[in-house]
Ligand binder design. Structure first.
Ligand SMILES: NC(=O)c1ccc[n+]([C@@H]2O[C@H](COP(=O)([O-])OP(=O)(O)OC[C@H]3O[C@@H](n4cnc5c(N)ncnc54)[C@H](OP(=O)(O)O)[C@@H]3O)[C@@H](O)[C@H]2O)c1
Length: 324
């Protein structure tokens, strides 16, 4: 039996990874801050949920012991500099140390497209700078590890907080005031990302490999808002008028959202992240190097975007994002 510890296994990507590994009969431990957060995966065969403070290095080392591999999917999208440092930089350092101390030899770390471990300070946002530094600490500590870093663009799929949110917004709003309408993305299907994690676990030789995880097409944010409406059939597929906000208005909108309770739908740091196109780097290894042919967004997203009522969808997204 192959044993795996998954950090962040209760999240959007984590649930898909757990399902795939359960199907392949891995023995899975999912660490969580609160057992209740693991409702979406605890039914899976061979899966054990373990409440743990993974930021406590001794506890993490005890947890890692006896596992063949660790997958790190823990991340935050909003926070201050200290929170990003703790989750995206200090935690990977502790994970690498825990792997070394407990004899784990395989680590898959999910980062983000745009991370640049050679020059973390050149990244435009706290999110991307901390993701870059997290990669850098792992690369510095991985001599005995088979380390795979995956860098996805924005991820779509059942349960996403992205196309579902755009569709839900257009069900209730007469128009969409959109920040960074021209920002570019190369959206990737969550099943392809989960497959990439599983494929990466086949690597056993020490050393680091980095793969970008992107879909086959590049879209602007405005196009993605329009596609979400078309696929969800909103306003006979025509959606709502989309107005591009100028930078000052986008910043004001994000600042206002930051003041609302719970995680904001958009923060000023998110706007900074979108200054960098989230598209594949020419020549960089991508999903095809792992034997995966990524699915096209419009071939897949229609299957889940018209599920249930839009209000249910909006509330579901808010709940998953903020109120776990
Ligand atoms: N979703 C995307 O579009 C996207 C795009 C690019 C890259 N990524 C990367 O893909 C990975 C997975 O993303 P995701 O969308 O699945 O994230 P997610 O749904 O937000 O899940 C993240 C998980 O991390 C855990 N977590 C969050 N904050 C934590 C903290 N302070 N301490 C400990 N654990 C914490 C949570 O587990 P518990 O609540 O159970 O503790 C949560 O289930 C991340 O590295 C993310 O940066 C995602």
């Amino acid at each position: 039996m192959k044993n795996i510890l998954i950090l962040g296994g209760t999240g959007f990507v984590g649930a898909h990874v757990c399902e795939k590994l359960a199907r392949e009969e891995w023995d899975i431990t999912v660490a969580t801050r609160r057992e209740n957060n693991a409702r979406n995966v605890m039914h899976l065969p061979g899966l054990t949920v373990q409440e743990c403070d993974i930021h406590d290095e001794a506890a993490l080392t005890r947890l890692a012991k006896g596992h063949d591999a660790v997958v790190n999917l823990v991340a935050i999208l909003h926070g201050d500099k200290q929170s990003f440092q703790r989750v995206h930089v200090d935690l990977p350092r502790k994970i690498a140390a825990a792997c070394a101390a407990s004899g784990v030899t395989r680590l898959v770390h999910v980062s983000a497209l745009g991370a640049n471990p050679q020059q973390p300070q050149s990244a435009p946002s706290m999110y991307l700078r901390s993701k870059s530094e997290g990669e850098a600490v792992l690369l510095a500590q991985c001599s005995a590890l088979a380390l795979t870093i995956l860098r996805p663009s924005v991820i779509f799929g059942h349960g996403d907080k992205f196309l579902n949110l755009f569709a839900a917004m257009q069900q209730v709003a007469p128009f969409v005031p959109l920040a960074c309408a021209d920002a570019q993305f190369q959206p990737v299907w969550v099943e392809d990302v989960a497959n990439a994690v599983v494929k990466a676990l086949e690597r056993t030789h020490p050393g680091a490999q980095t793969y970008e995880a992107c879909g086959p097409e590049v879209f602007t944010l405005k196009q993605l808002v329009e596609i979400s409406a078309k696929l969800a059939g909103i306003n006979q597929g025509k959606g709502r008028p989309v107005f591009s906000l100028p930078h000052w208005a986008a910043s004001l909108q994000a600042r206002t959202m930051e003041m609302l309770p719970g995680n904001p739908l958009m923060s000023r740091d998110n706007l900074d992240s979108m200054k960098l196109p989230s598209v594949a780097t020419p020549g960089a290894p991508g999903l095809s190097a792992l034997g995966i042919e990524p699915a096209a967004l419009q071939a897949v997203a229609g299957d889940y975007l018209d599920e249930g009522s839009p209000w249910h969808s909006l509330l579901g997204v808010r709940k998953r994002a903020n109120w776990k």
